[in-house]
Design a protein around this ligand. Structure first.
Ligand code: ADP
Ligand code: MG
Length: 637
């Protein structure tokens, strides 16, 4: 409980302690001869103690010309009840209403905490090795980039870094939702938030604490809660229309029936005055007001989204806001980037053709030209080259998105890229008959041969496409900058419906726009990419999903949903979680409205009093909150 909640709890207890004896006095259960006004004055003590902030909010609402909210309903109902001499009821309603408020505030706080706890990744300390070899525990915040830290078995990796000594298995479940441990050894990167399972690791940090994966993820999760879904806006809008209608109805209920009775004399028993009848109907109107208070809906909707975000997070799916959860549930078309998303993005060199120099030398030139790029092709090429890169040999590197690289290597102008790059440079390229991604190379404007590289489809890609279909996705499309032959082969292999090949990054945006245009109504398009040169597409799609994004800042920033590892099965999983969450939201709204409608009817007929009304309200709220919390548990999905 935070300070505000404790404060409210104390107020509730104090008010309740005052209220009980007063109620017994006023009902004559404890005999007394106090005059009426004394009892009235005494009742004001618990009433104001527990309800002053509600009265203040209602007054502020009126002042700001936004009077119709629950505070207003509560104020009108309780003030009217007290004015009519029903002190007990008036105070009790306010008291119970505040109990409900306290309960929801705790539930919201709890589920917020749950989210970070479920993703138990916040590191508490880092062991820094002092010069004499002893270990010192320090706040991870104070560790500078390049410091050597030691992670013992059982400890959390506090900061991102590279292993310089030792080997171990890491549990990355909190980050990726993947329970299989990851083996790491010298030169491997370790990400903060994973847990060291077996060996002692010496790690040289590569980022500051607040730039590390764990901090980034926590920040993202914390911000997610503030992005509101349409349903949440709907609830706010709904309350704005609903409350005035309820107030109007209550007013009519208080005035019209007594007038009718007065005029027609129907149903006016002997010995009862008009004022008594009026009082009766005003009380009914108050009951009606209390019943119509929309707390359950107002609270359970945001809470469900909260819980949904948390449940997804614990499975390694970061959703940046409740609004995206909603879009995710409506996804009918999924477009994919190929390299790094459907394929592993680790190319192997399968052949070198028509080289005008030694094959090895050609590979060396290409690898050097590519040495700075983060594109999967570049990384694979430097890996295939296998020897250390000498950065002094390279200068003037220019990457042309969707084409390739131009650079000066050993004083020669080297161009490495696809046929389009060669066309652009006016260099005739030799056609290759292999199916594969072809890297043409030109040296000083002369065609120098090509390297054929091939990528592998990810293990779960086929399964993932089938799972998407099962989760209600109608259409799957692969967008790639690669050549037609490769695109066709991959699409057929994994069962993707359609593909578009040889697209430049900006053409992918246009393609996504066309696909969005073909979606009528509430159908949404999600684009899944790895964040390398497809950030604009991620941003343009109805929903951008970045995958394998741990460690790639660009992708984390551009996407709406971040899959923390590169398992394509997570896409369908995310959709299913979102659908479950939306279903719970709808259940809650429906349930609350039905109970309200029944209570309203009973209230209007005079069959429910204020006590029943408030107990029904708090009860519905508690059930709705419990239902909302179900969103956290998505184990069977
Ligand atoms: P994808 O859509 O498959 O992710 P990209 O748009 O990243 O592909 O790249 C499309 C094509 O552009 C590649 O298949 C390759 O031929 C060429 N290309 C892009 N970047 C590079 C690079 N760094 N080096 C060589 N070729 C590149
Ligand atoms: Mg790509």
């Amino acid at each position: 409980m935070n300070k505000k909640q404790k404060h409210l709890l104390i107020r509730i207890i104090v008010a309740a302690v005052c209220f009980v004896p007063l109620y017994l006095l006023s009902e004559g259960i404890i005999p007394n001869r106090l005059p009426h006004w004394v009892i009235w004055a005494l009742f004001l003590i618990p009433y104001l103690t527990v309800g002053y902030d509600i009265l203040k909010k209602a007054a502020l609402g009126v002042k700001n010309r936004r009077p119709f909210d629950e505070c207003f309903l509560m104020t009108v109902a309780t003030v009217a009840a007290i004015a009519l001499g029903e002190y007990g009821e008036g105070v009790a309603v306010m008291l119970l209403y505040q109990v409900g408020e306290l309960f929801q505030s705790i539930a919201v706080g709890k589920s917020r905490k749950n989210i970070s706890e479920l993703m138990d990744i916040r590191p508490d300390y880092a062991n820094v090795e002092a010069e004499d070899g002893t270990l010192e525990r320090v706040d991870p915040d104070e560790v500078e980039i390049g410091t050597v830290i030691v992670i013992e078995p059982g400890e959390k990796v506090p900061i991102d870094g590279v292993v310089i000594e030792g080997a171990s298995a890491l549990n990355t479940a909190a980050l990726t939702g993947e329970s299989k441990p990851r083996e790491v050894g010298t030169d491997d990167t370790v990400l903060s938030g994973s847990i060291n399972l077996s060996g002692v690791l010496k790690v040289k940090t590569t980022a500051a604490f607040e730039e590390s994966t764990a901090s980034k993820i926590l920040e993202l999760v914390e911000n997610a809660a503030s992005r509101k879904a349409k349903s949440e806006h709907f609830v706010a809008k709904f309350a704005r229309v609903y409350t005035p209608i309820v107030c109007g109805t209550a007013l009519a209920l208080a005035v019209l029936p007594p007038l009718f009775i007065l005029i027609t004399k129907i149903g006016m028993p002997e010995g009862i005055t008009f004022w008594q009848i009026l009082r009766d109907w005003v009380l009914r109107a108050c009951t009606f007001l209390v019943i119509s208070c929309p707390c359950a809906v107002v609270i359970s909707v945001p809470l469900s989204f909260f819980a949904g975000l948390g449940g997804a997070g614990s499975r390694g799916i970061l959703i940046k806001g409740a609004n995206y959860l909603e879009t995710l549930a409506e996804v009918k078309t999924v477009a994919f980037d190929k390299t790094g998303t459907i394929t592993k993005g680790s190319f192997a060199v399968t052949a070198v053709h028509h080289s005008i120099i030694d094959n090895e030398a050609l590979l060396a030139l290409a690898a050097h030209a590519e040495c700075r790029s983060s594109h999967p092709i570049s990384q694979s090429l430097t890996k295939a080259y296998g020897k250390p890169i000498d950065p002094t040999r390279v200068s003037d590197i220019r990457e042309i998105s969707g084409h390739g690289i131009m650079a000066t290597v050993d004083g020669k102008a080297v161009a490495v890229g696809n046929e389009r790059l060669m066309n652009r440079l006016g260099i005739p390229a030799l056609h290759c008959h292999h199916v594969g991604t072809i890297l043409h190379i030109a040296i000083d404007g002369v065609y120098a041969g090509h390297i054929v590289i091939a990528d592998e489809v990810k293990e779960h890609a086929k399964e993932a496409i089938a799972a998407l279909k099962k989760a209600g996705v109608r259409r799957t499309v692969m967008l790639t900058g690669d050549v037609e032959a490769v695109a066709k082969q991959v699409a057929e292999e994994i069962g993707i419906d359609e593909y578009r090949a040889e697209l430049l990054p900006q053409e992918k945006v246009a393609c996504v726009e066309t696909l969005i245009g073909e979606n009528a109504g509430k159908k949404r398009l999600a684009f899944v990419g790895d964040g390398i040169n497809d950030a604009p597409v991620l941003a343009r799609a109805d929903l951008g999903i970045a995958m394998g994004a741990l460690g790639s800042d660009a992708a984390i920033e551009a996407a709406d949903v971040v899959l923390m590892d590169d398992d394509p099965n997570k896409i369908a999983k995310a959709i299913r979680i979102a659908k479950k969450c939306m279903r719970i939201v709808k259940e809650n709204i429906g349930f609350a409205l039905i109970v309200k409608a029944v209570c309203l009817l009973l209230g209007a007929l005079g069959l429910a009093n204020m006590w029943i009304a408030i107990i029904a309200d708090v009860g519905v709220m508690i059930l709705a909150v419990l239902n909302a919390v179900r969103c956290l548990f998505v184990k069977h999905l």
